[in-house]
Design a protein around this ligand. Structure first.
Ligand SMILES: [Zn+2]
Length: 235
């Protein structure tokens, strides 16, 4: 990916930020500034940074699981909309695809569980006494659950494709998962237009809609490539 800068490296996997990444920091800072001045601006930026620490941990979950199956992970790239772990290839078996896809959300659920234990051990109520830890817990629950929505490019889309491809050929499983994702995208778009507070939903819908098309194209290209190589070898 062009215009990325390495900021760290964990387990030998470089973490890069895309040049557009500071936009989300600027947006959070500006929103805080308008709401309550410098303190709220800093709080907004800090919150986004913490969310992205959770995103990096989520992507490391995918990456380390992929590596267990012998798949090399080139890097983790942070974009304003989230993170991507870029692997050199897709897992071969459906069970591997499911395991790699589920490992990201699992990291968030484990973090949420640990945070719940810490809040409980400190004798705090869950009534938002400990705002920071409770917020962090909610962030991780939301990250985990949102990624399980069965639509590409979310992890849930890959889990669904993995499950379907135990019964169907890979391209057919991808097509069916794509259709399910696009129905969900449509539902998100309608919900977003009905309720103006959910303005983010139509944006997610657009991302899902294109994510689904990209995934299907990718699989089609791979199948054609494999067929061509097969023919070339036959000749
Ligand atoms: Zn993920």
């Amino acid at each position: 990916m062009k215009y990325t800068f390495k900021i760290a490296s964990y387990f030998g996997i470089p973490v890069r930020i895309h040049i557009t990444f500071p936009l989300i920091l600027a947006a959070a800072g500006a929103e805080g500034w308008f709401l309550g001045g410098v303190t709220d601006a800093l709080r907004g930026v800090l919150l986004v940074l913490i969310v992205f620490v959770c995103v990096i941990l989520h992507e490391l979950g995918h990456s380390l699981q992929a590596r267990r199956f012998g798949i090399r992970v080139r890097d983790i790239v942070l974009l304003p909309i989230g993170g991507v772990a870029r692997a050199e290839r897709l897992p071969e078996k459906p069970s591997q695809e499911i395991a790699v896809a589920i490992s990201g959300p699992l990291v968030n659920f484990v973090l949420a569980g640990v945070l719940a234990l810490v809040i409980w051990a400190r004798g705090d109520q869950f009534e938002f006494n400990d705002r920071f830890l409770t917020n962090l817990l909610i962030i991780n629950l939301v990250l985990g659950l949102f990624n399980l929505v069965p639509a590409f490019p979310m992890d849930g889309g890959r889990i669904l494709r993995g499950l379907l491809s135990t019964k169907l050929p890979y391209p057919a499983a991808t097509r069916l998962a794509k259709d399910v994702g696009q129905i969900i995208a449509l539902a998100f778009a309608i919900l977003g237009f009905l309720n103006t507070k959910l303005v983010v939903l139509p944006l997610i819908a657009v991302a899902i809609f294109y994510g689904a098309i990209t995934e299907e194209r990718l699989v089609k290209a791979r199948a054609e490539n494999a067929a061509r190589h097969g023919r070339a070898r036959d000749n």
